[in-house]
Design a protein around this ligand. Structure first.
Ligand code: 5GP
Ligand code: MN
Ligand code: MN
Length: 473
């Protein structure tokens, strides 16, 4: 199938009508990304999403777009809260996969390779990585699941696993409303022993450095300056969220015909927001989202402990304050142009503009930071949305996005090539061969991807971070 993209503005393309599309689909690509773009399946997925009942124009493909399950990764789909649907596949398997950025008072040049190695080891001793790993700590494995899933990060912050200020620096305050553990299957509950773990492959804890500040005044509000050590934590709701997505995708697929919904693909199984399946999915999704916020909070606590142990300094001296925590696989009710919409972001990050009332007070005048990881060998960005960000339902890309499928990366790269491409970044991983699909060359050029939305007038870069040392799942 040939999908045609018509230019309709700077770095902006409109997908020519296809199938039963009810609304427009837009894709943001720079000329260079457009020239390398070979994701016709991802375009079909956007067209499919644009055919769902109650979908609101436009469905959006971000510059990091690549094919996913149902909706592409790098996809945004908003639906009307009264007449629209919710799709578990359009949120994604790893509900509330997201990124957290911590700042420090440390200068990168003060961390020798030996220190970095000790820091990685001290973190790894506390935070297991890899698929299926459960928490090392009984208090987390056996935490009160109802309280965790209903209260999110706050549950642990109030018990001393964090600074009280952390709560205000998390999207939605670290707890989505409407969570109800009764909507979660027994099978999913049995997979809830993975708090304080990062999970497989693409997830990571990265020690980095602020390489460049683009907007000094905004960076200073975020506590960021050149040469400073930062930490990125990328993980989500682990097996718990995965099981919830699996359970509800199947239920939605089964229920669709009862509501007269013609499903364009299995991955886009959807139910009316205002139906038992829709309401229960949203209650279960909020449980997984809150579990993920709690997960990143506990990892933050353990990273702080590791830094104290290795550097023999107090947290007051080290810093390690939370800059922000943003989700990139989630659906949320949000107001846009006077309507309440359910905005599905799958591999897309919220970026509220300056002045938006849902910004935390400290970021009201700037807009909150949106955190965009690139790869373990290149760079990552902190950006803010501009006054035009409403055009994408206040959303930006979530990463560089894949240019090489996992399969292709595994078959065409060698461990030596991967090591070489890391250019001195320390990497802790069980084995390099299993991380070939995480090689920097498997991802698009992060500068190009971020620049695409900057040139389209939607975002501004605040700072670029470079990796120093990484623990990968
Ligand atoms: P995803 O949530 O889609 O798995 O990953 C989000 C983004 O993280 C990817 O598109 C990629 O650009 C970026 N990424 C993957 N691995 C790493 C890493 O080890 N370090 C950094 N900084 N970014 C990464
Ligand atoms: Mn992710
Ligand atoms: Mn994830």
């Amino acid at each position: 199938m040939n999908f045609n993209l018509e230019p309709c503005g700077k770095n902006r393309y409109r997908l020519s009508p296809y199938g039963d599309m009810q609304v427009e689909a837009l894709v943001f690509l720079s000329p260079k990304l457009k020239a390398q773009f070979g994701e016709s399946e991802a375009l079909k997925q956007l067209a499919d999403a644009a055919s769902l009942p109650g979908v609101v124009s436009p469905v959006i493909g971000m510059p990091d777009i690549h094919t996913g399950f149902g909706l592409p990764i790098g996809g945004v789909m908003a639906t009307d809260s009264k007449t629209g649907v919710v799709s578990a596949g359009a949120v994604g398997m790893d509900i509330n996969c997201g990124v957290r950025l911590l700042r420090t008072n440390l200068e990168a040049k003060s961390l020798t390779t030996g220190k970095l190695e000790k820091l990685l080891a001290a973190i790894e001793k506390r935070v297991p990585s890899g698929v299926g790993k459960s928490s090392l700590y009984r208090e987390f494995r056996e935490a009160d699941l109802e309280a965790v899933t209903h209260q999110g990060a706050a549950y642990f912050i109030r018990r001393g696993y964090g600074f009280p200020e952390d709560e205000a620096s998390i999207e939605a305050g670290g707890a989505l409303p409407g969570a109800d553990l009764k909507a979660v299957s027994q099978q999913a509950r049995e997979r809830a022993d993975q708090l304080a773990t990062i999970g497989g492959g693409n997830h990571f804890i990265e020690i980095g450095e602020v390489e460049k500040v683009f907007l000094p005044e905004v960076a200073s509000v975020m506590g960021l300056q050149e040469g400073q050590v930062t930490i990125l934590i990328h993980t989500g709701s682990r097996g718990f969220g995965h099981q919830i997505c699996t359970d509800y995708s199947a239920r939605m697929a089964q229920a669709a015909s009862k509501y007269g919904i013609r499903l364009p693909s299995k991955g886009l199984a959807a139910a009316p927001i205002d139906s038992p399946e829709g309401r229960q999915y949203l209650a279960a999704m909020a449980c997984a989202a809150n579990f993920a916020f709690a997960n990143r909070q506990l990892i933050t606590f353990l990273v702080r402990e590791a830094f104290e142990e290795v550097l023999k300094l107090s947290l007051e001296e080290i810093g390690l304050e939370l800059v922000y925590d943003v989700a990139h696989n989630i659906a949320k009710f949000e107001e846009h142009k006077g309507r309440t919409l359910l905005v599905h972001r799958k591999g897309a990050t919220r970026a509220l503009p300056a002045g938006h009332k849902e910004n935390p007070a400290r970021y009201l005048a700037t807009g909150h930071p949106a955190i965009i990881p690139g790869s373990m060998g290149t760079a990552s960005y902190v950006v803010i949305g501009t006054e035009r960000i409403g055009e994408t339902f206040n959303s930006v890309n979530h990463g560089a996005g894949r240019i090489m499928s996992r399969k292709k990366a595994k078959s065409s790269l060698s461990p030596e090539e991967l090591q070489e491409s890391l250019k001195g970044v320390l990497l802790r991983a069980k084995n390099l061969r299993s991380l070939l699909d995480e090689a920097p060359v498997a991802y698009k050029d992060i500068d190009e991807v971020v620049g695409t939305l900057v040139d389209a007038g939607l975002t501004k870069p605040v700072a670029r971070l470079k990796p120093l040392a990484v623990i990968k799942g």
